[in-house]
Design a protein around this ligand. Sequence first.
Ligand SMILES: *[C@@H]1O[C@H](CO)[C@@H](O)[C@H](O)[C@H]1NC(C)=O
Ligand SMILES: *[C@@H]1O[C@H](CO)[C@@H](O)[C@H](O)[C@H]1NC(C)=O
Ligand SMILES: *[C@@H]1O[C@H](CO)[C@@H](O)[C@H](O)[C@H]1NC(C)=O
Length: 216
Amino acid sequence: MLVLKITLTFVCLCSFGAALPDVFPGCSFMEYFCTARECTSAFYKGLHQDPSADCGKRFESMLTCLKLKIFVCAGRRQMIMIWLTVQIPKIFKKETFCSDANFGIPQNDNVSCSSTYFEKAPLCGKTLRLKFATNRSDASLCSESAKAKKCVKDLLASECTLDAETMEANNLTLSDHNPFCSNNRDPGATGLEVCHDFTNPPYPCLNQNSYSKAPP
Ligand SMILES: *[C@@H]1O[C@H](CO)[C@@H](O)[C@H](O)[C@H]1NC(C)=O
Ligand SMILES: *[C@@H]1O[C@H](CO)[C@@H](O)[C@H](O)[C@H]1NC(C)=O
Ligand SMILES: *[C@@H]1O[C@H](CO)[C@@H](O)[C@H](O)[C@H]1NC(C)=O
């Protein structure tokens, strides 16, 4: 569940509170995160580039994409797939992605943050959400999204005491990856993208042979 949640967001107000686990037999955590992120990223990019697109249909395509990637990471094991078929729609909700345009609503996880954090963090994405709702093609969504992430990051740094794993998870979801920018990076981003090593196919986890060899 924790791992699934991580792809939900790029303005992530969640806390994971656990080591980034290689929970899937067929994928490392980073392989899962980076391949699943392609689905959510393509969803936002599609809406950004085509304001007349039907959000519900795009959302369904995103779910199909996620299921495919997650099933492969799960080694296509029947029990895990049955469980995932139930869990995926609970975690990835159409309202969150389409109506709320919430970019990852604050999760109710218990994080060690001050009340200031809980008060201010939801406001970080306010302008972004408003602009997205007004005009999905708005070119300023690129910089607005970067601003929202910086706002959450600054709050996390000043108002929270996080363990290393939670910080790492937050660093991943709040990285400079940005589907609203033409180059998919925040303006002025330098250095390697966090998924740099995991976005060039063939993904080890998408290779039938590698997951069939995974231990039971
Ligand atoms: C959150 O964690 C703190 C400290 O671990 C605990 O006292 C509190 O009851 C928890 N709150 C919730 C809503 O779980
Ligand atoms: C939405 O934003 C795009 C890009 O900034 C612009 O070209 C377009 O005119 C805007 N549409 C509306 C309805 O404001
Ligand atoms: C997360 O990012 C912060 C700020 O960029 C950095 O100081 C910290 O070392 C990073 N932590 C982890 C665990 O990656």
